[in-house]
Ligand binder design. Structure first.
Ligand SMILES: Cc1ncc(COP(=O)(O)O)c(C=O)c1O
Length: 483
């Protein structure tokens, strides 16, 4: 059999040529998007049409350069200052380079010998998190995203608190976790994966400020006991996804201690505020949590996906999975910090520690402080601006970089939802801005998250003007949409 194709695919000179072209393309994209030059953040194309496009594309031969150029044109531009949508970082280029390195080297990371440098680097990264949380005996590891990280932490909670040895014997008793009704859906998903069922997820209502009602914890807990459940954990959101509001971690911690249950903090979005000298006060009490998760690819500028799972007690970070795998490690009773597969869901995992370390190496942890601080400042500035604007209404005063609001103008209140839904759809199809939406206490709101440190007051003003323009057009067509 000819190996010519394989030789071509692994040709170092070709890699350099195509790599140089790709970096040039991305560097130019970065320069232009950072300045907001492209007129669109996204080009809305319905899924079936996009699918047809790529189905046709693959039938013909295209250069790698053409492929990446076409791909770029058809992708959402998260480095554009008018990208104010979902919570995904405007990746710091150095982190993207580290990801490229990881992708090409492909060190597997399950066992130390399959990723020696990246394993040791992971420990350095974890040390940085542990220190900034304020844990004295903490430890942890990195995993593939907040969803998996929350599940990992919930499994650790079950291991530590449940009366039964579920890992070996399966479920005998009914278990439950307590969580805010505003928590990210992945906590609910984790509980269901663990077999807790709908009734094992005790959703605590939020107060007027959308934080978990700590005054209600006792009653919900007692009701769960009455219903025959063992409550194993309570989860605090830092912050919750829809609103950007932080739960009161100190009060939750006191409750968890009193009931001898696990206290977990979902800091996927805003746990990174531990690095911000200005905003770390929002996380008061985080050092009392038994476990914390923090995403790099949200507020820390790393490329996706990489999440730190941190534990107050070192031993807990080893306790979740106890499995023998003789082809990987011999000693199951030895923690072996350097054989990360013992502690993570993943067997093979990417060299995700590099994405943090490259930033630390180039800019120090000051980068994380600056990034969180600038973005939270932007959210609050936008909140103040909206408050002063007679045509708009805030859902709540923003605490972080997540801002929920709606256009009200001179509309009758019963049409708010219809008009704002239309505004969001028109914005998506127009593509100049990218923002999203949410429903809070049954009411529809536009939702923005400031993820790009270069989004400024001018963009905020342009966004509100744009929305007003769309609302005007909707008004003109109002008979047609039956207002
Ligand atoms: C509070 C919170 N937790 C968990 C997640 C899930 O994280 P990931 O997208 O990294 O899986 C998100 C995502 O938005 C989130 O906001």
């Amino acid at each position: 059999m000819s190996t010519e194709l394989l030789h071509n695919a692994y040709n170092g000179d070709l890699f350099k040529k195509e790599g140089d072209e790709l970096i040039a393309l991305l560097a130019n994209h970065l320069k232009e998007t950072k300045e907001g030059t492209p007129s669109k953040v996204t080009r809305w194309i319905p899924p079936a049409i996009e699918y047809d496009f790529w189905q046709e594309y693959v039938k013909e031969k295209h250069s790698t350069k053409d492929f990446f150029k076409t791909l770029l044109e058809r992708s959402i531009h998260t480095h554009h200052p008018k990208y104010i949508g979902h919570q995904i970082a405007s990746t710091v280029p150095i982190s993207a380079l580290a990801t490229l390195f990881s992708a090409q080297l492909n060190n597997g990371m399950t066992v130390y010998e399959m990723g020696q440098a990246s394993t040791a680097i992971e420990k350095v990264v974890i040390d940085m998190f542990v220190k900034n949380i304020g844990y004295e005996q903490g430890d942890g590891f990195l995993t593939s995203g907040g969803t998996l990280a929350n599940l990992t932490a919930m499994l650790a909670a079950r291991k530590a608190i449940a009366n039964d040895d579920i890992w070996n014997e399966g479920h005998h008793n009914k278990l439950a976790i307590m969580v805010s009704e505003e928590a990210h859906y992945c906590v609910d998903r984790a509980a269901r994966i663990m077999g807790l069922g709908s009734d094992g997820i005790i959703k605590i209502p939020v107060n007027d400020n959308y934080a978990i009602r700590t005054g209600a914890l006792e009653a919900y807990y007692n009701q769960a006991l009455k219903n025959g459940y063992q409550v194993i954990a309570i989860v605090g959101s830092a912050p919750s996804t829809s609103t950007g509001v932080y739960d009161d971690l100190q009060e939750i911690s006191a409750f968890a201690k009193a009931k001898k249950i696990w206290f977990h903090v979902d800091g996927a979005h805003g746990g990174a505020a531990i690095f911000s000298s200005k905003y770390k006060y929002l996380l008061k009490g985080i050092d009392q949590a038994d476990s914390v998760i923090i995403d790099g690819h949200k507020m820390m500028g790393t490329s996706s996906i990489t999440t730190a799972v941190l534990f107050k007690n070192k031993v807990d970070s080893y306790a979740t999975f106890e499995q023998k795998a003789h082809y990987l490690w011999d000693k199951n009773d030895d923690p072996e910090w350097y054989n990360l597969g013992k502690r993570t869901f993943e067997c093979t995992k990417s060299m995700m520690s590099l994405r943090f370390f490259a930033i630390m190496n180039a800019y120090g942890t000051q980068f994380f402080d600056d990034n969180v601080t600038v973005l939270y400042d932007a959210g609050r500035e936008f909140g103040t601006y909206i408050e002063q604007h007679p045509d708009f209404e805030l859902a709540l005063e923003p605490i972080s970089n997540i801002v929920c609001f709606r256009y009200t103008g001179d509309l009758p209140s019963e049409t708010y939802e219809l008009v704002n839904r239309k505004i969001r759809q028109e914005l998506l199809e127009d593509g100049e801005f990218y923002i999203v939406s949410t429903v809070l206490k049954g009411e529809f709101f536009l939702r923005t998250t400031f993820m790009n440190p270069f989004t400024n007051r001018e963009h905020m003003e342009l966004l509100l003007e744009k929305i007003k323009g769309i609302a005007r057009k909707i008004k003109i067509k109002k008979e047609k949409i039956n207002l």
